[in-house]
Write a new protein. Structure first.
Length: 43
């Protein structure tokens, strides 16, 4: 069952890169575009 498996870095990357870049920033003030551009550092 998939619900009991650990979340991998690849799982997070796949979800992150499917999200739209041009949306409003989240409560932290960062947009998805920032996270995608910063992935080599933070991923």
């Amino acid at each position: 069952m998939m619900l009991i498996q650990d979340v991998t870095e690849e799982d997070i990357k796949q979800v992150l890169f499917k999200m739209a870049c041009e949306k409003s920033p989240g409560p932290d003030g960062y947009t998805m575009e920032f996270y995608k551009a910063s992935w080599p550092v933070i991923g």
